[in-house]
Design a protein around this ligand. Structure first.
Ligand SMILES: Nc1ncnc2c1ncn2[C@@H]1O[C@H](COP(=O)(O)OP(=O)(O)OP(=O)(O)O)[C@@H](O)[C@H]1O
Ligand SMILES: [Mg+2]
Length: 114
């Protein structure tokens, strides 16, 4: 299992939810966060020269624990929906997950997320 941790633009979240459920993602948690990515060269130069501080932008943080074999489909879905080509389109991290427990049934591992 993997944890997909994604930061995307808020206006993409409804379309993304729709597409992720179409590919049978087992579950999704979201929250609103404020974030900063890597400054573009121009901003990095402003920071260096003038001590400018980059701004936070509102993003949606998405967490999904999915079976290993779903990873590529989940990543390509996020990329398809969220790509505009502009800076700030978002970022996705993939982390290993050691265990999952469905509290109601005591199922463990992949059985707990399917
Ligand atoms: N290294 C990171 N650690 C934690 N959160 C991050 C990191 N990089 C980006 N984020 C989160 O993702 C959001 C979107 O990042 P963003 O798309 O701006 O990445 P970027 O590397 O600056 O790429 P781009 O050049 O396309 O803007 C940020 O606002 C922040 O919430
Ligand atoms: Mg950025």
């Amino acid at each position: 299992m993997k944890l997909v941790l994604a930061f995307v633009n808020p206006e993409k979240i409804w379309e993304l939810k729709k597409r992720l459920f179409e590919i049978h993602t087992p579950g999704i948690s979201v929250d609103q966060v404020m974030g900063i990515g890597k400054p573009l060269a121009r901003m990095a130069e402003m920071m260096e020269r003038h001590g400018a501080i980059p701004k936070f932008f509102p993003k949606m943080r998405i967490e999904m624990v999915v079976p290993d074999e779903m990873i590529e489909e989940v990543l390509s879905t996020i990329q398809k929906v969220c790509y505009t080509g502009n800076s700030g389109d978002g970022k996705v991290f993939v982390l290993p997950v050691e265990e999952a427990v469905r509290i109601r049934t005591n199922e463990r591992g992949e059985a707990a997320i399917q």
